[in-house]
Ligand binder design. Structure first.
Ligand SMILES: Nc1nc2c(ncn2[C@@H]2O[C@H](COP(=O)(O)OP(=O)(O)O)[C@@H](O)[C@H]2O)c(=O)[nH]1
Ligand SMILES: [Mg+2]
Length: 360
C-alpha cells in the first residue's frame, strides 16, 4: 500500500491501513515521517489516555489488561493494546501466547491488539512505541494500554512513554522488591499487587507503602501526603481552566503543585477483583495530571524529546548509510588493531566526510 493510500485509509477508519501504518512506522520504511506528520494535529485533542503496564513475566499483566479492556469496552471506549517485548528478537514471538489469550476480545472492532519487539526499532524502542501509539490515538482509540515485559531500563522507558505507569507485582516476587529497592520504584504511579489470592499480599503492600513513604491511614493519602489538605484545595482552585500554555509558566505551575502520591492496591486479575479500584486510581491520576498542569508540561517535553529523537535517528542514518562511513571504518580497522590509529581519529574522519557530503 503506497503512503498516500495509507493516509487515506487512516482518515476513513480502514483497519488494514492502520496495520500498515503501524508496520511502516515500526520498520521506519519510506514515508513513515509523512504518516506521522499527517496525523500530528489529531493528537492530544480527544482526551485519549495512554497507560503503561509493566512488571516481571507472569505477574498477570495480560490478565489485567484483558480486564481493563472489558471495563473500558463496557463504557463504550475504544481500546488499543500495544504489547512490547524488548527481549524478543522476533516480532510477536514471545507474546504469541498473550496475543491468543487476548484474542477473546479481538473480534470486537473497538479493540485493537498489536505486538511489537525490538526488531525494527532502530530509533529506540520507546520512541517507536510512542509513534505507534500516536497512530492508534489518531485513529480514534481512547484508551491505549502499553504492556511491557520486565523491569529493566528499556521496559521502563517504554512504560514511561505512557502518561500513567502501572507496575504489576505478585506477593511471591521477592525479586520484585529487590528491583524496587534498586530505584525502579519511583517510576510507577500505581502499584498493583496482583495474585492477592496468594499469601503475602498484605505484607507486600505494606512494604511497598513504607518504601514509598506512604503514610497508611492518612485520610489524605493519594493526594500528596507532604502537603496536606490545604494544598489539595489549592489544586482544585487553579484547575485545568487556568492551565498555562507557556513552558515557563507550565513548569512553575507543575512544580508548585503537590506531587502525586502513588497508589498501592491489590488485585485478583482473573476474577476482576480490585479492577474497579485500579480504574479509579487511573482516573484520579489523570485528573491529577490535568489539574496540576503536568499533562500539558509533559506533552511539551515529549514533543521536544521526539524532535531530538527524530534528529538523532536521521543523523545516524545519514552518517552510516549515506556517507561511506562503514567503508572508512573497514579500511581503518587494521591500523586501529596495529595501534597506529585510534577509534577517535577514525570517528573524526567519518564525521568530516559526512559533513563535506562525500559520495557513498
Ligand atoms: N492465582 C492467580 N493467578 C493469576 C492471577 N492473575 C494472573 N494469574 C495467572 O498467572 C499467569 C500469568 O498471567 P499473565 O497475565 O499471562 O502474566 P503476564 O506475563 O504478566 O502478562 C496466568 O496463568 C494467569 O492465569 C491472580 O490474580 N491470581
Ligand atoms: Mg503478558
Amino acid at each position: 500500500m503506497p503512503p498516500d493510500a495509507i493516509l487515506q485509509g487512516l482518515d476513513t477508519g480502514d483497519v488494514s491501513a492502520l496495520a500498515r501504518a503501524i508496520s511502516l512506522v515500526e520498520n521506519q520504511r519510506g514515508g513513515f515521517e509523512r504518516v506521522l506528520t499527517h496525523i500530528h494535529e489529531r493528537l492530544g485533542r480527544g482526551g485519549a489516555r495512554r497507560i503503561g503496564i509493566t512488571g516481571p513475566p507472569g505477574a498477570g499483566k495480560s490478565t489485567l489488561t484483558e480486564q481493563l479492556i472489558r471495563s473500558f469496552r463496557g463504557v463504550g471506549l475504544k481500546v488499543a493494546v500495544v504489547a512490547v517485548d524488548p527481549t524478543s528478537p522476533f516480532s510477536g514471538g514471545a507474546l504469541l501466547g498473550d496475543r491468543i489469550r487476548m484474542e477473546t476480545a479481538s473480534t470486537d472492532p473497538g479493540v485493537f491488539i498489536r505486538s511489537m519487539a525490538t526488531r525494527g526499532s532502530i530509533g529506540g524502542l520507546a520512541t517507536t512505541t510512542e509513534e505507534v501509539c500516536d497512530i492508534l490515538e489518531a485513529f480514534g482509540f481512547e484508551r491505549i494500554l502499553i504492556e511491557t515485559v520486565g523491569v529493566g531500563q528499556t521496559e521502563l522507558d517504554v512504560a514511561r512513554s505512557a502518561e500513567t505507569t502501572v507496575l504489576v507485582l505478585v506477593p511471591e516476587s521477592g525479586d520484585g522488591i529487590q528491583t524496587l529497592k534498586a530505584g525502579v520504584m519511583e517510576v510507577a504511579d500505581v502499584y498493583v499487587i496482583n495474585k492477592a489470592d496468594r499469601p503475602g499480599a498484605e505484607k507486600m503492600q505494606r512494604e511497598i507503602e513504607i518504601m514509598l513513604g506512604i503514610r497508611r491511614g492518612n485520610a489524605y493519602r493519594h493526594v500528596g501526603a507532604h502537603h496536606g489538605p490545604d494544598r489539595r484545595m489549592a489544586v482544585g482552585r487553579s484547575g485545568p481552566k487556568g492551565l498555562p500554555d507557556g513552558r515557563g509558566q507550565a513548569v512553575e505551575a507543575a512544580s508548585t503543585q503537590p506531587a502525586w502520591e502513588p497508589v498501592v492496591l491489590q488485585t485478583i486479575a482473573p476474577k476482576g477483583e480490585g479492577v474497579p479500584a485500579l480504574i479509579d486510581a487511573l482516573d484520579r491520576h489523570r485528573a491529577y495530571l490535568e489539574a496540576s498542569g503536568r499533562l500539558a508540561l509533559r506533552r511539551r517535553e515529549r514533543l521536544a524529546e521526539r524532535t531530538r529523537a527524530a534528529v538523532n535517528r536521521a543523523v545516524q542514518q545519514w552518517v552510516w548509510e549515506g556517507s561511506g562511513a562503514e567503508a572508512i571504518l573497514t579500511q581503518a580497522l587494521d591500523d586501529m588493531t596495529a595501534g597506529t590509529r585510534s577509534p577517535y581519529e577514525v570517528a573524526a574522519e567519518i564525521l568530516e566526510q559526512a559533513k563535506s557530503g562525500a559520495p557513498r
